[in-house]
Design a protein around this ligand. Structure first.
Ligand SMILES: Cc1cc2nc3c(=O)[nH]c(=O)nc-3n(C[C@H](O)[C@H](O)[C@H](O)COP(=O)(O)OP(=O)(O)OC[C@H]3O[C@@H](n4cnc5c(N)ncnc54)[C@H](O)[C@@H]3O)c2cc1C
Length: 385
């Protein structure tokens, strides 16, 4: 699947690298530590069109493919992983609207999502239902031209500063299997009954809003039911999560690469026992393992993205990429910290941040335990006897 970068990709990556170097890297550690939201960076991302990177041009976006999308996430995460979260679930929501929405819904939402005027997110998880999405308790009851939503969503990225969410709710609480009763709605802030609850204080991925969303008799117009189809929400979201897993895998490659590059640089500067530590074979073995695993993770990620670009389902490939890349990110950030010795453990360097950011990729967008179930299910299907 490996291909030379196109001229367009080279140009986009040069622009993103420059943006990361000038606008993100200099402020990332301080803002992350202070848990400060990057408002200025958001405005720059709007100017650059990043909120519409995968939205087709006919709806005002850049219409990029998922391979380029993965490369953009990788570059941003070399600077600060939290920034990628601003356009992460936003892009999954945009994908759901574009792929499953009616023409009227696409025209109403996509141009504003592309400009970043509407800021998207994904509201699936609840206090008692994460991996087991079918166990959600949020309900949507039809009432004339509206649905009335009741329930609480938790861990919602972009919950405070986003305003438009793809929300899963049960339109039929008795359906068997339960996923057949789950529908996807586009809910917008502004009307009574939709409030943002607490902000979650996180280990890493700081500076970005992750919140509780509370719905109490919240009215959403029936025209906001995605595709105007009840009972199809679970499959809409599962398809969207393929995009999410590609972006999580790419984030993991980006964070791991930043950690590796810091480690190989430091290993040539730091002296121990009369020579640079990179001259000690144990350090060389670490560097070789880190770089090899990162390259494998990157290729898995691009492979999954290429399959999505061909218009095919890629649960298997995206699941493998997300699983492998995030575990590699966990290992590499730890090894990079070890290569830095005591300096890796203090906040003067970004190593401890890379290490704190890594578990999000292991847990988010479906935990790695769940990825293994998805991968095995797909393999058993593929190799069915
Ligand atoms: C920072 C952050 C941001 C997030 N952003 C969003 C967001 O924007 N929108 C959103 O909807 N959600 C979001 N989430 C939620 C995230 O998707 C869930 O946390 C994740 O899916 C796991 O769900 P859970 O936390 O309820 O864990 P649980 O589902 O309770 O799982 C607990 C443990 O049990 C394991 N487990 C569960 N079922 C099985 C099984 N069948 N077999 C083996 N092991 C199993 C899990 O792997 C895990 O180790 C976010 C989470 C975090 C931490």
């Amino acid at each position: 699947m490996y291909r030379e970068l196109t001229d367009e990709q080279k140009q986009i990556l040069t622009t993103i690298r420059d943006f990361v170097k000038r606008e993100i890297a200099p402020v990332s550690s301080n803002m992350e530590n202070a848990d400060d939201y990057p408002f200025q960076i958001v405005e720059k991302m709007k100017e650059m069109g990043l909120f519409g990177c995968t939205i087709p041009q006919e709806y005002g976006g850049m219409g990029l493919d998922y391979t380029t999308y993965a490369m953009i996430f990788e570059e941003i995460c070399k600077g600060w992983m939290s920034v990628s979260g601003i356009i992460g679930t936003h892009s999954i929501m945009s994908y759901i609207v574009y792929t499953f929405g009616t023409e009227e819904q696409k025209k109403r939402f996509l141009p504003l999502l592309a400009k970043g005027e509407k800021r998207g997110g994904l509201a699936l998880t609840e206090p008692n239902a994460g991996s087991d999405v079918q166990a959600i308790q949020t309900t949507a009851v039809k009432d004339d031209d509206d649905y009335i939503i009741n329930g609480t969503k938790l861990f919602i990225t972009n919950g405070r500063y986003g305003n438009t969410f793809a929300l899963l709710a049960k339109t039929d609480t008795k359906a068997q299997p339960p996923y057949k009763g789950i529908s996807c709605f586009i809910v917008e802030k502004g009307e009574p009954g939709f409030t943002v609850g607490r902000d979650l204080d996180k280990l890493g991925y700081r500076g970005l809003d992750t919140c509780e969303l509370i719905f109490q008799d919240f009215r959403v117009p029936a025209t906001n039911l995605v595709g105007l189809k009840e009972g199809a929400g679970f499959s809409h979201v599962m398809s969207g999560l393929e995009v999410g897993r590609i972006n999580i895998a790419a984030r993991a490659v980006g964070v791991a690469t930043a950690a590796f590059e810091a480690a190989i640089r430091y290993s040539q500067q730091r002296q121990a026992f009369g020579k640079p530590i990179c001259q000690h074979q144990v350090i060389q073995i670490k560097l070789a393992d880190m770089a090899t695993k990162i390259e494998a993770a990157r290729l898995l990620t691009y492979h999954a993205a290429a399959k999505k670009d061909m218009g095919e389902r890629c649960d298997l490939e995206a699941g493998m990429a997300k699983l492998f890349a995030s575990e590699v990110c966990g290992e590499v950030t730890m090894e990079a910290m070890r290569i830095h010795g005591g300096y890796g453990y203090i906040k003067e360097l970004p190593l401890e941040r890379y290490y704190r950011d890594a578990p999000l990729m292991i847990i988010g967008e479906g935990t790695n335990e769940i990825q293994k179930l998805v991968i095995a299910r797909n393999l058993l299907n593929k190799y069915k006897i």
